[in-house]
Design a protein around this ligand. Structure first.
Ligand SMILES: *[C@@H]1O[C@H](CO)[C@@H](O)[C@H](O)[C@H]1NC(C)=O
Ligand SMILES: *[C@@H]1O[C@H](CO)[C@@H](O)[C@H](O)[C@H]1NC(C)=O
Ligand SMILES: *[C@@H]1O[C@H](CO)[C@@H](O)[C@H](O)[C@H]1NC(C)=O
Ligand SMILES: *[C@@H]1O[C@H](CO)[C@@H](O)[C@H](O)[C@H]1NC(C)=O
Length: 417
């Protein structure tokens, strides 16, 4: 009897420490938190619309970032997702891998980590982390929250394969399990995250942009024969726990495209873990605070209606797992770029297609949405690059509906509870 009540008392104490003290009470002011399927900020619900501007740190111009963030704020956007990585070799071998260097933001003096035949060095200087400091300080000043991806599945700005080629790996997915590579990535995470762990401008640390078993057949290392959801989920578990140990108060997310692993859906790669994703398994992990999914029917050979169902299926997961889910990249090509990239025409246009996905997200009360990508014409260099998906704020026809109205609709959820 006595033993039992002491035991129960200890249990209550333990759960109190984990559930209440370490969570709600000590989380610093101005940090985004989660409560069930919602985000919260300063004790209030925080449903948001936002966007992606991966290029913010690479322009190395705080004034430009501030102009962009202020214009976005005026349009009702609250969150920006951006890149917290740029890895490159000290000497670039044009026949080597990965084939970085042809990115949309153009040549950039900025890089965060360089590699010399297997030896990494972090760039702390003005063309290194100090360029990212400007993005964080500007977000603090303008009240924008940042989602920061910390490496890339793809060759743009270096990413996973720079670690792998430098540390003796052969396959793209060696990044997820070769001990030397995992350790090198953790060393980078430690420096980057410790530098900003006190900033309320950081909403979330993100494991990678679109982690997959494989990548680009031309610009990246090949996929091995034995990569599957077990390898990816084990990595998500390990890295999310590592980040929480460094920084227990910022949220952690995967940055994944949201693949499901349903045994009854082998007809569709996106529902049958074609690239190693398992949305339910990854989001069930204790250190993954919210789920993410992306949507590009043009790249994925899907229809716009398939996309609407994709949004609904992720909303279902949000409620089943009881954690927020963010629709964090989505786009529909312009007719010109569709013809250029894919040699195809479509009778469907961006405003109705994207508008339908957004209406679905609002109806289902997804926790947040971030369109790809933020277009602004007032930078010192003019307009940012159009990758075919960019929505420019000064394109009133698109921006009035897909940016301003959608942001208002998401914000209205904060008053409905
Ligand atoms: C980068 O360096 C590694 C190791 O020296 C090499 O294997 C790889 O080909 C290089 N890649 C590029 C693009 O320079
Ligand atoms: C397939 O499996 C998923 C997950 O178990 C389930 O939610 C869904 O209803 C199933 N679909 C069909 C068509 O049986
Ligand atoms: C797409 O439409 C353009 C303009 O109407 C036309 O010239 C072209 O042949 C079409 N291309 C394809 C692949 O259907
Ligand atoms: C940074 O941007 C501001 C405003 O857009 C511009 O006036 C300034 O010249 C830019 N600085 C550099 C170094 O390009």
């Amino acid at each position: 009897m006595l033993i039992q009540s002491v035991f129960l008392g200890l249990l209550a104490l333990a759960s109190g420490l984990v559930g209440v003290d370490a969570g709600a009470r000590k989380t610093p002011k101005g940090f985004v938190t989660t409560k069930g399927t919602k985000f919260q900020l300063n004790g209030k619900d925080f449903y948001f619309a936002g966007t992606n501007a991966y290029y913010f740190p690479f322009g190395d111009n705080g004034t430009d970032v501030e102009l962009g963030m202020k214009a976005a704020t005026a349009a009702g956007l609250k969150v920006f997702r951006t890149w917290g990585f740029f890895d490159k070799n000290v000497t670039f071998d044009p026949r080597g891998l990965p084939k970085y260097g042809g990115e949309g933001a153009g040549p950039s003096k900025v890089y965060f980590q360089s590699w010399d035949h297997g030896k990494p060095s972090i760039n702390y200087g003005p063309t290194g982390l100090q360029a990212f400091d400007k993005v964080v300080r500007t977000a603090e000043k303008t009240g924008i929250k940042l989602v920061v991806a910390l490496t890339n599945n793809w060759a743009d700005y270096g990413g996973m394969d720079v670690y792998t080629v430098n540390l003796g790996g052969k396959y793209h997915d060696d990044f997820y399990h070769m001990p030397k590579i995992v350790k090198a990535y953790k060393n980078y995470l430690k420096v980057f995250i410790n530098r900003y762990k006190h900033s309320p401008a950081i909403m979330s640390w993100q494991l990678a942009n679109e982690p997959r078993c494989g990548a680009d057949g031309v610009r990246n290392l090949p996929r091995s024969a034995d990569c599957d959801d077990k390898r990816i989920s084990a990595w998500v578990k390990d890295i999310s726990a590592y980040i929480k140990k460094l920084d227990p108060y910022h949220l952690v997310s995967t940055g994944s495209e949201g693949e499901f692993n349903f045994p009854n859906r082998s007809d569709d790669w996106a529902y049958s873990s074609g690239n190693g994703g398992d949305f339910y398994k990854e989001l069930s992990l204790p250190n993954v605070d919210y789920g993410t999914f992306h949507l590009y029917p043009d790249w994925w050979s899907k229809t716009s209606a398939w996309g609407t169902q994709w949004v609904k299926d992720h909303a279902t997961a949000q409620y089943k797992l009881g954690k927020p889910v963010v629709f964090e990249e989505y786009g529909w090509l312009t007719p010109e770029k569709r013809l250029e990239y894919l040699g195809k025409n479509s009778t469907e246009h961006r405003i109705p297609v994207v508008g339908e996905w957004q209406r679905t997200a609002v109806q289902q009360k997804l926790a947040g949405t971030l369109y790809w990508q933020f277009g602004f014409s007032g930078y010192s260099y003019g307009r940012n690059h159009d990758d075919g998906f960019t929505i420019y704020l000064d394109n009133k026809e698109e921006a009035d509906v897909l940016v301003v109205k959608h942001a208002r609709d998401m914000d209205a959820l904060n008053r409905k509870g």
